[in-house]
Each structure stands twice: as structure tokens, then as C-alpha cells.
Design a protein around this ligand. Structure first.
Ligand code: KG4
Ligand code: ZN
Length: 338
């Protein structure tokens, strides 16, 4: 089975071709970073127009890279939500047009399911597994029992973790996109233990997250230090923030692991997915935790953690294998919980 995947839910325009033998034949991503940087964040209208302008060319590039033709495709999958609706409409309409023109099945993929199932594309991880889904819009601990079968153990009660990275980076004067820039700044810290930040939720029962207090604590330090921050202050604060986030994540995951083991005594892996899963400090902290708990740890390669279309094509394949497709009148969804 060969599937074309399309991703347009945020600020990355992406197309990929993936086979059911877990082979990525092509995977092209066009970041709109330069279009949004002057505004310090993603502007939905600009994003939608950029997707419209670039998607056709990207699909052609993916087809050329794969060495395949449209006649070789078995289906077309596109992110059907959740996301910025203008972009989602562009991706879904394009996928539907190709499906209609070629007489192919169409699959509308939940973007979160794309992230959630990536570890099965890269590492063939069997169900069930415990998933830490950490992106710009989400921060959840889920038990993945099967395709479309997700049990939520915890979620954020305020900001998503990627959002916390982005907002904190802004406070530190690091610009946009915050996550990768904050990680870079933290790597330059000379005294990462200099600032003691609160660890929201640590030690509390349950598996929920909270990040707004942490962000406020960083703001207070910034105000005390005075802006613009020196490079040294900035690096030390970035490192303190990043280490605290990793500690909070590890505490929440440790609790979720206990619940997971009660539900599934036969075991399973700890999987991390979503844009923030690209963070090396977080990955290392989770690896240590998983080793201690005797659970395999799976983190997809960095480029498949942030938004991409290979994960959408793969989630489409998982759904097609179960005989699930969507009608051509599928309506794109701005909100779509897993
Ligand atoms: O999954 P994703 O690409 O898009 C969404 O579905 O939200 O995640 C984007 C988020 C952004 O908040 C970005 O700052 C964060 O992931 N991110 C990172 C890193 N790379 C991306 N956060 C921390 N460290 C990184 N290296
Ligand atoms: Zn995402």
C-alpha cells in the first residue's frame, strides 16, 4: 500500500509518500518561519495563503523524490484537524481533489493521531504503549490501546508545554519559534543551577500538568534582572526553565507509568511525540526514567517529532488497514480531540 500524506494544520506545509512496509519514499516539509517571524507567532491568514501557494509544488516534489507516479498511489490522507482552519481546508480540499480525480480512497487524519502513531512507523512499537504527547497546542499522557483507542491519563490545566517554551523564549528575548531557540540558549548556560524555579504539580496525585506558574516565575526573574538580559542571564534562565520542565515531565510520567502497568501488566513502551519531543534534555530525562522503570523508551527522530506529512500518511495507512476511509464531504475540524 502506497499513501500520499498532506499536512497543513499550522505553519508547516508538508507532503510525504509512505508505504505499509514502513518505508518513507519521500518526505518534504516547507517551513513558513520567515513569513511569520516579523509577527512573533503564526498568523492564521498568512499561513492559509502560504499553504495554498506552496502545497501543489510540494506534492509534485514529493512525487518526484519518490520516483512514483499518481497511478502508483493507493490512497490520499490529509490532516483533517485539529488546527488553524484555513490551512486545514487547503490540505483537505487538495487531498479530496486528487482522490476524486484518481478514484482513490481519502482519509482525514487527526493531527494528534499522526503524532501518536509515529513511533509505529519509525520503531514498529506494538500496542499498548504509554504516550507523552507534547506539542505547541497539546500536553497529554495517553494510553494508546490501538488505532483510534486512546485513554487519557492526564492533560495540562493551563498552557501546553510547547506554548510554555514559546512564551518563555519571548520573555527571554529569544524570538520565535521559541522551543528550538530556548534549547540553543540553554546549551550556553555557565551556571544552570543559578535560578530555582517552582516545579508545578510535582508530587501531586494524578498525571495533569501546569506551566503558567513556571512562566510567571521566569517573568519575575527577568523583571528583577532588567532587560535586555545579558547573554549569561538568558542562558542560565533558559537552562533552569528547560531542566524544570524535564523534571515536571519525569514526575508526571513516573505516575502515568504506574497506572499503565496496572492496566497492562504485560508491559509496553514509553513513547514521546510532538514538537517538544525534539528537545534533547527532555529526551535524556525520559530515557533515564524509562531505564529506571524497566520500560523501553522510544523517541522518533527529530524531524519526525515536529510537524510533517509522513506521520499523516502513516496514520492513514493504519486506518486503511482497518478498512476506515472518509467520504469526500468530510468537513475540516478546527477542534478534534483524540
Ligand atoms: O508538533 P509541533 O511541530 O506543532 C504542533 O502540533 O503544535 O510542535 C511545535 C511546538 C512549538 O511550541 C515549538 O516551540 C516546540 O514544539 N518545539 C520545541 C523544540 N522544537 C520544537 N520545544 C522545545 N525544544 C525543542 N527543541
Ligand atoms: Zn503537531
Amino acid at each position: 500500500m502506497i499513501v500520499l500524506g498532506i499536512e497543513t494544520s499550522c505553519d508547516e506545509t508538508a507532503a510525504a509518500i509512505v508505504t505499509d512496509a514502513r518505508e518513507i519514499r519521500a518526505d518534504v516539509v516547507l517551513s513558513q518561519l520567515d513569513d511569520h517571524t516579523p509577527y512573533g507567532g503564526v498568523v492564521p491568514e498568512i499561513a492559509a495563503r502560504a499553504h495554498l501557494e506552496h502545497l501543489d509544488g510540494l506534492i509534485r516534489r514529493a512525487m518526484a523524490e519518490s520516483g512514483l507516479g499518481f497511478a502508483d498511489l493507493d490512497a490520499v490522507a490529509a490532516t483533517g484537524g485539529p488546527g488553524l482552519i484555513g490551512g486545514v481546508i487547503v490540505g483537505v480540499m487538495t487531498a479530496k481533489a486528487i482522490a476524486a480525480a484518481r478514484g482513490l480512497p481519502f482519509v482525514a487524519v487527526n493531527h494528534l493521531e499522526g503524532h501518536a502513531l509515529t513511533a509505529r512507523l519509525t520503531d514498529n512499537v506494538p500496542f499498548p504503549y504509554l504516550l507523552l504527547l507534547v506539542s505547541g497546542g497539546h500536553c497529554q499522557l495517553l494510553v494508546v490501546e490501538g488505532v483510534g483507542r486512546y485513554r487519557r491519563l492526564g492533560t495540562t490545566i493551563d498552557d501546553a508545554v510547547g506554548e510554555a517554551f514559546d512564551k518563555t523564549a519571548k520573555l527571554l528575548g529569544l524570538g520565535y519559534p521559541g522551543g528550538p531557540l530556548l534549547e540553543k540558549a540553554a546549551a550556553l548556560a555557565t551556571n544552570p543551577g543559578r535560578f530555582d524555579l517552582p516545579r508545578p504539580m510535582v508530587g501531586r496525585p494524578g498525571c495533569d500538568f501546569s506551566f503558567s506558574g513556571l512562566k510567571t516565575a521566569v517573568r519575575r526573574h527577568v523583571e528583577e534582572l532588567g532587560t535586555p538580559l545579558s547573554a549569561e542571564d538568558r542562558a542560565d534562565l533558559a537552562a533552569a526553565f528547560q531542566n524544570t520542565v524535564a523534571e515536571v515531565m519525569a514526575d508526571r510520567c513516573a505516575r502515568a507509568m504506574r497506572q499503565f502497568k496496572e492496566m497492562h501488566p504485560q508491559g509496553g513502551a514509553l513513547v514521546v511525540a510532538g514538537g517538544v519531543a525534539a528537545n534533547r534534555t527532555l529526551r535524556a530525562r525520559l530515557q533515564t526514567l524509562a531505564d529506571r522503570e524497566g520500560m523501553p523508551f522510544v523517541a522518533p527522530p527529530l524531524r519526525l517529532c515536529t510537524d510533517n506529512a509522513a506521520m499523516i500518511a502513516w496514520a492513514g495507512i493504519e486506518r486503511l488497514r482497518l478498512g476506515q476511509t472518509d467520504p469526500l464531504d468530510f468537513a475540516p475540524r478546527p477542534r478534534w480531540p483524540l
